[in-house]
Design a protein around this ligand. Structure first.
Ligand SMILES: Nc1ncnc2c1ncn2[C@@H]1O[C@H](COP(=O)(O)OP(=O)(O)O)[C@@H](O)[C@H]1O
Ligand SMILES: CC(C)(COP(=O)(O)O)[C@@H](O)C(=O)NCCC(=O)O
Ligand SMILES: [K+]
Length: 242
């Protein structure tokens, strides 16, 4: 049994895999990590190996505790990965993006794959049919857009993400919801269309904390998979056992 841990800028996601199948998934905030780890190791004592990817910093104490509980692989830019990385600055590529592209390489080998992760940021990652990672894009996520409108203006309120009924917002609230949510949807559909024009047989994966919010409103065909990053981490862990 493997424990996979994805430390994002907002939430930590933890998944336990047994023979490639996700058996348990938990989500927590950074300060609850040790408590959540204790719960998992008590419930599933058969876990031996653990892989962690982090784009945010954990404390030395948290890492030490993790290493006391499990045999830990900390994903970094030197770790063996199942694709060719053609990013111009591979040493600055987000560790989470490495995990997402590894899932694409493992599950959609020989295909052109665009992975869209809607979390704190929205990341776009493209793996071509030759198993080469070319890069993608980083834009502000839904929550970040609402917060930015409120923080950097005098008059705009902070709103909870809500699906707009119309693209023409006829008051302040409706205008913000349309600007944020429809803006994200137009952005995502725009990127997918651009990739489709340039690459045939394109598979598009949508993942991240906002996947449920977006999946039904995207016009293009996509596969929604909330566990894609954790699956990628599990692939990397297995890949590094040999
Ligand atoms: N319980 C929650 N707490 C915080 N954010 C949530 C929650 N449920 C959904 N979200 C949304 O999910 C996003 C975080 O998604 P996630 O993929 O976990 O991000 P990250 O990997 O960057 O931490 C938030 O920006 C927010 O829009
Ligand atoms: C773009 C990110 C902040 C996304 O983080 P997330 O939304 O998953 O919390 C992360 O992948 C990162 O720190 N990237 C480094 C820069 C790069 O990928 O080129
Ligand atoms: K992301």
């Amino acid at each position: 049994m493997n424990l996979t841990i994805d430390v994002g800028n907002t939430l930590i996601k933890l998944g336990v895999f047994d023979s490639g199948k996700l058996k348990l998934k938990k989500t927590c905030i950074k300060k609850d990590l040790l408590h959540t780890l204790a719960e998992i190791s008590e419930a599933l004592p058969a876990i031996q190996k653990c892989i962690i990817s982090s784009v945010a910093n954990l404390s030395g104490h948290q890492l030490l505790k993790l290493e006391q509980l499990f045999d830990v692989l900390i994903l970094n830019h030197q770790t063996k990965i199942p694709f060719t990385n053609k990013y111009e600055t591979p040493q600055t590529l987000g560790i989470d993006r490495i995990a997402l592209v590894s899932a694409a390489a493992e599950q959609y080998s020989g295909e052109n794959v665009l992975v869209i992760d809607a979390g704190t940021c929205i990341t776009y990652d493209f793996l071509n049919s030759e198993n080469e990672y070319l890069g993608g894009a980083i834009s502000p996520g839904i929550s970040l857009r609402y917060k930015a409108l409120h923080t950097f203006t005098e008059k705009l309120p902070l709103l909870e993400a809500t699906n707009p009924n119309l693209y023409i917002g006829n008051n302040t609230t409706a205008s913000i919801h349309s600007g944020v949510i429809n803006g994200v949807l137009y952005e995502i559909d725009g990127y997918i269309s651009e990739y489709h024009e340039n690459y045939h047989n394109l598979t598009v994966i949508l993942t991240g904390g906002d996947v449920h919010f977006l999946r039904d409103s995207i016009k293009n065909d996509i596969f929604a998979n909330s566990n894609f990053l954790l699956e990628g981490l599990n692939h990397i862990l297995e890949f590094n056992k040999h």
